[in-house]
Write a protein that binds this ligand. Structure first.
Ligand SMILES: [Zn+2]
Length: 66
């Protein structure tokens, strides 16, 4: 949880004891949740998985043919 003061544009994780702005004492604080960006599905995982499956299938074919 982070706080943002609309009056003095204070931004921080702490607020005053009664919820006031520690910088200017204003109660015009806005609570804002720190947004965690969801990492997009990694493309390299798909590539690795495909390569792994290809290797496995190639190994299987090699074993069957020898
Ligand atoms: Zn302030």
């Amino acid at each position: 949880m982070a706080y943002f003061c609309k009056d003095c544009s204070y931004r921080g994780k702490i607020s005053g004891q009664v919820g006031e702005c520690p910088a200017c004492g204003s109660f015009n604080l806005e609570k804002s949740r720190v947004q965690k960006k969801k990492s997009p599905p990694a493309k390299w995982r798909l590539v690795v998985l495909t390569l792994l499956w290809g290797y496995l299938i190639a190994l299987l074919i090699w074993k069957l043919s020898h």
